[in-house]
Design a protein. Structure first.
Length: 263
């Protein structure tokens, strides 16, 4: 019970940070909205998806997944900044659970994703996005997105605790997230890629997450070289398996790394 109270306090701190430093919330929402507008109006006229509703229907699930994938960078840089400022040492001197800081931070970043996804969804609707999978499936899709972002935030915890400088953390985080998002089906069908890249892209966790969200939002997904494989047939189950694997690996590693940092 005490551990839960400690986690709640740290999560509350993350939420209050958004209120007291509104620039964090503003810039966290501006970048995804810019991606929506740029991809919608710059690439929307040049990519023929063959789907009803045009490119924006294909785009929005990809933008959603890309945005929650960047939770990794936000968690990592925030934690690295806290360590640089000596905040970890201050928490260490308090009678709170050692794991409360990292769990509370990941939960706080997940709550920020709720706001960001809501703003993006409204922006997408304004520019023509119309999900047809029903309200229940749409809510389930957003729940999967939040869980995916939460799983990746634990990768960010390990990166943030391992690097000493927030600028290094940002670079490392983008090196991880950019190949995953752009070598995927997020913004264009994988059928136009070289065959070797198709195999990588279609087993990519980002691709399976995007495919799963598209199916929930009522859009047919298209696979190339690995059509008929397990990820192409069951993208949501595959995505859930990826999330479980990520958390099973990185939660213990992050907890051990934090314990060593606290020591």
């Amino acid at each position: 019970m005490r551990n839960l109270q400690d986690i709640f306090i740290i999560t509350r701190r993350q939420i209050l940070l958004l209120v007291r430093v509104p620039e964090v919330l503003i810039f966290s929402t501006i970048q995804p909205v810019m991606f929506v507008l740029l991809f919608r109006f710059v690439f929307g006229g040049s990519i023929d998806t063959g789907q009803p509703g045009g490119y924006v229907q294909l785009l929005m699930p990809g933008i959603f997944v890309q945005t929650v994938a960047f939770t990794l960078a936000g968690t990592a840089s925030g934690l690295a900044e806290d360590m640089k400022k000596g905040l970890i040492d201050r928490f260490r001197s308090l009678p709170i659970s050692r794991s409360a800081l990292i769990i509370g931070r990941t939960l706080g970043d997940s709550l920020l994703n709720i706001v960001v996804l809501t703003v993006m969804g409204i922006t997408g609707y304004i520019v023509g996005w119309r999900p047809t999978g029903g309200v229940g499936n749409m809510l389930l899709g957003f729940l999967f997105l939040l869980l995916f972002g939460y799983a990746l935030s634990w990768v960010g915890v390990l990166v943030g605790l391992s690097a000493k400088d927030a600028r290094v953390v940002q670079n490392v985080s983008f090196i991880v997230t950019f190949p995953l998002t752009f070598l995927s089906n997020a913004f264009a069908p994988t059928t136009g890629m070289p065959r070797a890249l198709q195999y990588f892209a279609e087993w990519n966790p980002v691709s399976t997450m995007v495919a799963g969200c598209r199916s929930l939002f009522g859009l047919e997904t298209e696979f190339g070289a690995t059509a008929g494989s397990f990820p192409s047939e069951y993208p949501l189950i595959t995505s859930l398996a990826y999330m479980v694997i990520l958390m099973a690996i990185f939660i213990p590693l992050s907890a051990r790394k934090y314990a060593r940092a606290a020591n």
